[in-house]
Write a new protein. Structure first.
Length: 138
């Protein structure tokens, strides 16, 4: 039986690798990715610099608030975006930068919620923040 040299083995390995790549030439990720338990790859087309925040507005007795005005303030530009909750008490803001802190609060029925901060250190792509109306509006 003839001896197979290391050079011949390398050539065979290269041809096998090239054949595997030829099966799927458009594949950008070879599948090695982030293999840590519980991690998820971003969906195709997701922008890693964009995130969203959703949540509900409730009264002290935990009932949902319809018609609450939720304000989201960009702390860099001071721009304020608003959302008015429907019967389900839910709000959502999308297209938020991951490089900016945001301040969020709600007002309704003469009451306000404490301001909450969505920090740049919060790495969630879809943050959930529930707001509770407590204090009388001054």
């Amino acid at each position: 039986m003839p001896r197979i040299s290391i050079a011949r083995l390398l050539v065979v390995a290269l041809f096998c690798g090239a054949a595997l790549l030829a099966q799927n030439p458009n594949k950008k990720d070879p599948g090695y990715g982030n293999w840590l338990p519980g991690s998820q790859k971003d969906k195709k087309g997701d922008d890693p610099n964009v995130r969203a925040v959703t949540g509900t507005v409730r009264l002290v007795d935990d009932s949902l608030v319809e018609g609450a005005v939720v304000q989201l303030k960009n702390t860099k530009t001071m721009q304020v975006r608003s959302f008015i909750t429907k019967a389900d008490g839910m709000f959502q803001f999308q297209g938020l930068s991951t490089n900016v802190d945001y301040e969020i609060k709600a007002e309704a029925k003469g009451m306000v919620s404490p301001a909450r901060t969505l920090s740049t250190f919060d790495d969630r792509k879809r943050a959930i923040m529930h707001l509770k109306l407590e204090n009388k509006k001054q």
